[in-house]
Design a binder for this molecule. Structure first.
Ligand code: NAD
Ligand code: DAU
Length: 353
């Protein structure tokens, strides 16, 4: 079996669902259920004996040790993290606690377990750490895309905490021999994406008749990847990645934010037209920029393609259409995640919008 951390969040839940759709290998899912963790994401697995959910913290060493000893996984895949850049600006403490201290404690518990395995299992074991392209900093308009050899230049408390965690993972390999793999992925989108992030926020605000808050001039560029393609990349790296290596994962879909928002509006105009016949684009509002906002990310994913033959299955056009449809088809999920805590965040972050 495998142990997944953070498997009730956006990418982790998609990963667990995809994994169990393709394999009968059981999953132990350790998740703290922060505001971003949602058991509803895993509702379709209710009663499925292949999925064992445990609410808990990756930094709780005795819990992690108990889970490892009790379930004896052949791999650990670490998705657990605080993930939202704007929240890291308001309150970096939780990011240091989970992303840095939590990753350290998880690594150390895993090291103890791994060291005690029989030689054959010790050799086959993997610790896969899920990281981000944001550790590489920001690109100028004509810079080449981030390669695995780029220098780490994180600019936000979030990306600095992820960079620190990547360094810990690297050190646990070089110093202790732990068989690690690290993936650095670009912006994901798709089902179960929490509506604090750009794409789902725009969908839910548009449908609610609210402003669509675009930071600064809206010309910041991100490289978008459909979440199921990220999941397939992780499965590919887990199966065939070279121990100690890092792999960049991206969708070859660089787009400025304003274009993303316009695309979402156009799809909603087609699939759920406003009663007054006007376009949702009329709700776009430019608001104060994010402090220290990185201008451009772009991922060079050729290493993963060359070594392991991975390429994304979705284009942005197919993926964004599926995503908008998913939000239209799942109004209950949307309503449930917009709890009191969500409303508090939105009013704090967009107070002046
Ligand atoms: P998310 O915020 O949606 O989910 C994070 C999950 O981790 C939640 O279920 C939360 O409850 C859990 N969690 C948080 N702290 C925990 C702790 N201390 N112990 C156990 N569980 C804890 O995040 P996501 O977007 O699904 O991102 C998953 C991972 O992928 C993160 O490591 C993130 O840095 C990385 N990543 C995300 C993106 C993206 O575009 N979303 C891109 C590249 C990399
Ligand atoms: O690049 C990978 C990263 O992508 C992940 O590591 C992070 O966990 C994930 O949150 C994401 O970070 P971003 O900051 O790029 O994502 P976000 O959805 O918050 O913002 C995307 C872009 O849209 C960014 O340039 C900021 C802008 N934006 C965002 C929000 C929430 C707006 O213009 N308005 C908004 O209201």
């Amino acid at each position: 079996m495998i142990l997944v951390t953070g498997g009730a969040g956006f990418i982790g839940a998609n990963f667990v669902l995809d994994w169990l759709a393709q394999s009968d290998e059981p999953v132990v899912n350790l998740d703290k259920l922060t505001y971003a963790g949602n058991r509803e994401n895993l509702a379709s697995l209710q009663g499925d004996g292949r999925h064992i959910f445990v609410q808990g913290d990756i930094g709780d060493t005795s819990l992690v040790e108990r889970l490892l000893a009790g379930h004896r996984p052949r791999a650990v895949i670490n998705f657990a993290a605080e993930s939202h850049v704007d929240r890291s600006i308001h309150g970096p403490g939780e990011f240091i606690q989970t992303n840095v201290v939590g990753t350290f404690r998880l690594l150390d518990a895993v090291r103890g377990y791994w060291a005690g395995l029989e030689a054959e299992h010790r050799q086959a074991f993997r610790f896969l750490h899920v990281s981000t392209d944001e550790v590489y900093g920001s690109l100028a308009p004509h810079d080449p895309a981030f390669a695995e050899t780029n220098r780490y230049e994180p600019n936000s408390p979030y990306s600095a905490s992820k960079a620190a965690s990547d360094h810990l993972v690297r050190a646990w390999h070089h110093t202790y021999g732990l068989p690690v793999l690290t993936t650095n992925c670009s912006n994901n989108y798709g089902p179960y994406h929490f509506p604090e992030k750009l794409i789902p926020l725009m969908i839910v605000n548009a449908l609610a008749g609210k402003p669509l808050p675009v930071y600064g001039d809206g010309m910041q560029i991100r490289d978008w990847l459909y979440v199921k393609d990220h999941c397939s990349a992780i499965r590919t790296v887990l199966a065939g990645g070279r121990v100690g290596e890092t792999y960049n994962v991206g969708g070859w879909n660089e787009k400025p934010n304003i274009e993303i928002v316009q695309t979402v509006c156009a799809l909603l105009d087609e699939l759920r037209p406003r009663p007054d016949g006007q376009s949702y684009a009329g709700q776009i509002t430019y608001v104060t920029d994010r402090p220290g906002h990185d201008r451009r990310y772009a991922i060079d994913a050729r290493k993963l393609e060359r070594e392991l033959g991975w390429r994304p299955a979705e284009t942005f056009e197919t993926g964004i259409r599926k995503t908008v449809r998913w939000y239209l088809d799942n109004p209950d999920w949307v309503a449930h995640v917009q709890s009191g805590a969500y409303r508090e965040w939105v009013s704090k972050q967009y107070a002046s919008a």
